[in-house]
Design a protein around this ligand. Structure first.
Ligand code: 5AD
Ligand code: SF4
Length: 440
């Protein structure tokens, strides 16, 4: 039996798909070269914004053709979008041909459910939130030999007023420290050089245990320190952080960890205090500035990127202008910018004063123009500099060249050799564009 997985969404989802692949392979399945060759098709879904959902609805709708061509094929949809309270509509319309629908808590049961469908059971929907027996150690099929993702905490307690994640991924559950460390050691042993520690809010690591009275439970800083000791791992990244839980003291700890300190991703969301409050973010622009100032002081070479949402309900032109001014002052290396998308079940979706789409788009354009010029300036500062790049492979956009990343997470396009893939190489930067560097 062959499987094919189509993944939508964030890195958490990418990694969930690696785990689903690992589980299926442990159960004897093999990867299919493409959709047409698959006996089991798994769509791993995302619901963070409406645009993602629309794409997924279309993709699932099109899978009907697979059933016509190969009536025995098993079609499964899993993940965030399936965990939503509003999923009934999809199942009654675009998704009527799905055999298996699993939410975020039950996806490790996939082989069991496939077996039941093969045994003749009708469509199965399991979106229950019971995760008592959620296993801490699941096999994972690495999609890269030198870079790997490792879950450290599941779920989210923050309830930002725009965000669906806590509604579909549940409350924070830290993963066992020893299980994480043993995974890191095994990854290092097979040659992995870069790891990404994953969680909706990695800075909360261990807080659930401390709330339950385990005063000496490890925290995120201790986890980073321990991960840094793992020989063979050269780079450690983490995603996502929350400024509310990111103290200037954590910056001090990170500054002493060469494998970690050159890159920060710290989602700001808005540069206007009134909007930050309405978003329930739990920090002010001044708090954010204090963290950023400490980063710049301790590690001026570090790159800092952020996430920004434009057009949150009630955002006025003056509020947006504050965001523009604040972003200009922060001088981010890059920003991931999003149009606010109302998500059913979140408080912001029913707030008065929703911003018209045309206004949101116009604001996004101005923000992107500003950020692009800042990104280019940052990249130009690399011209003539020597950097160490972890080589990822051939460049997708330009297969005559190779692509890799600096410690500060900048993409570098260069003339490489196949044997350099997965290695750290020293390059001198000769070109700077908005989104990448060149070393020819
Ligand atoms: N609308 C737009 N962007 C959103 N994000 C999260 N929820 C929404 C939403 N409803 C963005 C945030 C977050 C990133 C992963 O996605 O900026 O940091
Ligand atoms: Fe990732 Fe959130 Fe999308 Fe789920 S809803 S895939 S956690 S971005």
């Amino acid at each position: 039996m062959k499987y094919y997985i189509k993944t939508f969404g964030c890195q958490m989802n990418e990694h969930d798909s690696e785990i689903i692949a690992g589980i299926l392979e442990s159960a004897g399945y093999q990867p299919a070269a493409d959709l047409a060759a698959a006996d089991v098709v798994v769509v791993n879904t995302c619901c963070i914004r409406e645009s993602a959902e629309n794409k997924i609805r279309g993709y699932i709708g099109n899978l009907k053709a697979c059933k016509y061509q190969k009536p025995g094929v098993i079609l499964a949809a899993v993940g965030c979008m399936m965990q939503q309270k509003t999923i009934d509509g999809l199942l009654k319309r675009q998704g009527r041909h799905l055999d298996i629908v699993l939410g975020t808590y039950q996806q490790h049961r996939l082989p069991e459910y496939i077996a039941r469908v093969l045994a003749g059971e009708g469509p199965i929907v399991d979106i229950s939130e019971d995760n008592q027996d959620f296993p801490d150690e699941l096999p994972s099929r690495l999609s890269s030999k030198y870079s790997a993702q490792v879950n450290i905490i599941y779920g989210c307690n923050n309830f930002c007023s725009y965000c669906i994640v806590p509604h579909v991924r549940g409350r924070e559950r830290s993963r066992d420290f020893a299980a994480i460390m043993s995974e890191l050691h095994s990854l290092a042993e097979v040659g992995v050089k870069e790891i990404m520690l994953l969680g909706q809010n990695v800075n909360s690591y261990g807080k659930d245990w401390r709330r339950q009275g385990q005063a000496d439970a490890p925290d995120f800083a201790e986890l980073l320190q321990a991960a840094s000791q793992v020989e063979g791992i050269e780079r450690i990244r983490y995603m996502s952080s929350h400024p509310r839980d990111f103290s200037p003291q954590l910056v001090d700890v990170i500054s002493d960890l060469p494998k970690v300190r050159d890159y920060y991703h710290l989602p700001l969301q808005s540069g206007c205090d009134r909007i930050l409050q309405a978003m329930n973010r739990g920090y002010s622009t001044a708090d954010y500035q204090a963290i950023l100032a400490r980063i710049r002081e301790k590690t001026p070479q570090a790159a800092v990127t952020t996430d920004l949402i434009v057009g949150f309900p009630g955002e006025t032109e003056a509020d947006f202008q504050q965001t523009l001014d604040f972003v200009a002052g922060c001088r981010f290396d890059a920003a991931y910018t999003f149009l606010y998308s109302p998500r059913s079940g979140t408080p912001a979706a029913t707030m008065a004063e929703q911003v018209p789409l045309a206004v949101k788009k116009e604001r996004l354009q101005r923000l992107v123009t500003l950020q692009n010029s800042l990104s280019l300036e940052h990249n130009q500062a690399y011209l003539g500099q020597k950097v160490q790049v972890l080589v990822e492979g051939l460049s997708k956009n330009n297969p005559d060249f190779y692509t890799g990343r600096t410690a500060s997470n900048k993409i570098v396009i260069f003339e490489g050799r196949p044997e350099q893939i997965g290695q750290l190489v020293d390059l001198t930067i000769t070109g700077a564009k908005t989104w990448h560097l060149e070393a020819f």
